[in-house]
Design a binder for this molecule. Sequence first.
Ligand code: OSB
Ligand code: MG
Length: 371
Amino acid sequence: MLIDSITLNHLRMPLKSHFETSFGRVYDRECILLEVFSEGIVGYGECVADRDPGYSYETVGTSWVILRDFMLPMLLGNDVNDAEHLQHYLGEIKGYNMAKAGLEMALWDLQGKKTGLPLAGLLDGKRDRVEVGVSVGIQDSPKILIEVVSDYLQEGYRRIKLKIKPGRDFQDVSAVREEFPDLCLQVDANSAYTLETAEVLFPLDQLDLLLIEQPLAEDDLWDHHKLQEKFKTPICLDESITHPRHARQALEMNACRIINIKPGRVGGLRNGIIIHDICQENGVPVWCGGMLETGVGRAANLAFATLPNFRLPGDISATERYYEADITNEIFTLNNDSTIDVPTGPGLGVTINNQMLSRYTLRKEIFHTEK
Ligand code: OSB
Ligand code: MG
């Protein structure tokens, strides 16, 4: 696939309701939408880096610079067959997994459009819909949290994830557990604790949680191992796993019993599939995480979650959980059984609503080959 030109769009989209994690509260979400043009066809990709370096060191601003100065010049005017081949170009660049994953997504979309196959088909996925849940931010009080959770249950979600942070953990989670004794419930600390401060989390072990996500720092596999020894609830790693190697090491040292895979965090679907397979070989379940994606990234996550070892519901909620109006014409809705249908059109299977795209675009730049 000859790469003719690439457009970067820096988007800011207002969220329907604010989203608070241990690293802060946001009212809107930023990302980069990539448009990769090849022989008259356009492939879309989403770089999920956020405005601030709270979840990851990578931000919209830094991803933009790395894409502009290093990644795009490597690709423009060249032939890139597929995601495997992309690695040949980008392999020398350290880090910036979200930028790499955004480019890779656009290539998958192009590949699907050129062959007429949906992404789930290209990945050899095994499902036509995937089980999903909803990730609920920290609320102003446990009472409001219960109301918010109750609303999502009314909408049909059967798995709830609560964000926690020091000072807003056991009280919030136990309040929800008392109100909903049978609910599939899990928590996510986004690395807000240390081995010492994590002692306050021990009572969570009695609340019958599906998992405790990323309690400790990103670069702290060993302390996760020490903590997992003290919990019967599985620890699930998110931020810590940015490469297939980390997945292998985490499993070897029993640092977790479940892994959340986000294609953006691990440098794309290709690496995501490798992590999926490593976990499957070791009998460890995975699930698909989310980054409040637009319809573009959501379509990719749905296709990814069709692989067989995705055995827990993903953080892939319906469009209306996030946005009043998305940049895709396609809207994702929740089925009665807490699933979302996987797109069936070629590539990602989504089309862009250009009016919404231009409304949300803060900055746009078109790059052509210099040859
Ligand atoms: O840790 O899973 C996380 C959103 C932004 C950054 C990190 C995380 C999240 C979520 C939201 O939990 C999941 C979603 O997209 O619904
Ligand atoms: Mg997480």
